[in-house]
Ligand binder design. Sequence first.
Ligand code: ADP
Length: 326
Amino acid sequence: MGSGVPLVISFGEMLIDFVPDTSGVSLAESQGFLKAPGGAPANVACAITKLGGSSAFIGKVGDDEFGKMLADILKKNGVNTEGVCFDTEARTALAFVTLRKDGEREFMFYRNPSADMLLKESELKMDLIKKAKIFHYGSISLIAEPCRSAHLAAMKAARAAGALLSYDPNLRIPLWPSPEAARSGIKSIWNEADFIKVSDNEVEFLTQGDAEDEKVVLSLWHDKLKMLIVTDGEKGCRYFSKKFKGKVPGFSVKAIDTTGAGDSFVGSLLLSVAKDSSIFDDEGKLREALTLANASGAICTTQKGAIPALPTMPEVQAFISKSKAN
Ligand code: ADP
């Protein structure tokens, strides 16, 4: 764990992605699959420690070889795992994912149910939650009970202890009963967050409007919100706060695999907030933090996988200096 930096807790799912060992094939055509650790909240926790911050992951995996492997990956990355639970009944979640030649993504999930869906409120390490400066979460943990109730209870405890709440919905439509259920499920905790990060695609899905239109984006604003960030892939990001708004351009890289770019971006931004929460009120500092976040996201796309592609702070700084020089 990073020394002296306030703790960020990331709550939600950790699972194994199986990706074909050759690109451009359908799941049925693929001969071999490579296993990659996944789950956006777990990626965010790793992004923070890799950059030199302090993070803990809270969630449940199966009491099986894959669950133990995932917990080990968190530990090796310096993430506090006191809040990780192991389920003796259900398995660690699996997702088979491919990008076919025609550009369509195919998903197959093994969650019938998976261990992450079975996290119970009584299993939450409340002492750990109370130590968080920032409590971060997604929306996949809202899909099924008992995890949904555990998620809501954890948020409530973090808020009561004075933590800032950070939300990145990470839309995965096929995991919800219907697109409408996804929309209303994601919105059900919208007004609790201090800070929300959405991608341009998520803005389109949630509002059913044009994500480039500022009015459309601002329809997602709520009174308690300190900051709304929209990520625009290679174009970078836009920021909206009570006092200011603007955009920070992205970095040009040869992207190989964009998995985890958003999580790398969020991890970097949350670390900046953990170090200095006045960035919400200081546009110069915020723009600096978003430059770091854009660089962290961009670097993550230059290697396969999410966690192995996360950068360290010296790597991010060297990347920014090199980009400025060019
Ligand atoms: P998500 O992964 O949540 O869909 P994005 O694809 O918008 O989010 O990526 C998050 C951030 O990562 C972007 O705001 C940008 O800074 C960086 N990024 C993503 N894709 C690229 C890319 N192809 N080139 C450069 N930076 C990228």
